[in-house]
Design a protein around this ligand. Structure first.
Ligand SMILES: [Zn+2]
Length: 245
């Protein structure tokens, strides 16, 4: 059995979580990064980290989909609890949604400055805002961070890698052309595995154990043994998030 880390799950949205985590452990999952999106989910992931120590590691976030003018209240909560999380996520920008770019940029810049101040990696959502999110990170002295479920242009991926960052692969690596291209291009020592669960892939809700699907897809895309991909991606996640397992 492989040792795997699901580096991005919305655990608080999974209804039979206890069972989902048992199944994950049985599938070889040794760690799950539970990402928050707003104040409520941030509170939930912190408490999940307490319930499942050594398995669930909280990340505190401010998701662009959840943005409004009161975003500073969420950031205040993140700052108060920053020592209890392994990363700031899910954070970033999304120019496919009707939230003002100005507001997204303003909020993300504050997130980046928190990450820089407290030396936390970011778990970045960058859909249709790949260049802008990357530009916001440049020169900010933040630890190597993760561009989650990367589907952007390969030229921007090159810059993401030059800046020292990583990408993470979801089960969409089974069929999404831009995601497959990015994984093919990205060296294995910069790839993490994730599920973004409970996101639906091909109509079926995912769970942390589906990190096995991400593993299989990445192995096929890169034509490498599953064992090698499992070991390297787990090592990468441990390094990025400073996990103690
Ligand atoms: Zn997500």
């Amino acid at each position: 059995m492989f040792r795997l880390i699901d580096s991005h799950s919305h655990l608080e949205e999974i209804s039979d979580l206890e069972r989902a985590l048992d199944e994950a452990r049985e599938a070889g999952v040794i760690g799950v990064i539970a990402v928050g999106m707003d104040k409520d989910s941030n509170e939930r992931v912190l408490s999940l980290g307490e319930t499942y120590p050594g398995l669930v590691f909280p990340a505190l976030g401010l998701h662009p989909w959840c943005l409004d003018e009161n975003f500073r209240e969420v950031l205040e909560f993140v700052r108060e609890h920053v020592e209890e999380c392994v990363a700031l996520g899910e954070v970033g920008m999304d120019f496919k949604i009707p939230k003002p770019k100005r507001l997204q940029l303003e909020a993300f810049e504050e997130v980046v400055s928190l990450a820089s101040r407290f030396k936390k990696p970011l778990i970045v959502h960058s859909r249709w805002a790949w260049m802008e999110t990357l530009e916001s990170l440049k020169g900010e002295n933040i630890p190597p961070s993760v561009f989650h479920w990367y589907t952007g242009p390969l030229e921007i991926l090159q810059e993401v890698l030059e800046e020292g960052h990583y990408i993470s692969a979801t089960p969409a690596a089974e069929y999404s052309v831009p995601h497959i291209s990015a994984i093919k291009e990205c060296p294995l020592d910069r790839v993490l595995l994730e599920t973004d669960s409970p996101v639906k892939y091909r109509g079926v809700e995912s769970r942390p154990k589906d990190v096995l699907r991400s593993l299989k897809a990445v192995s096929e895309i890169k034509n490498l043994d599953e064992k090698e991909v499992a070991e390297r991606t787990t090592e990468n996640a441990i390094k990025v998030f400073g996990l103690e397992l």
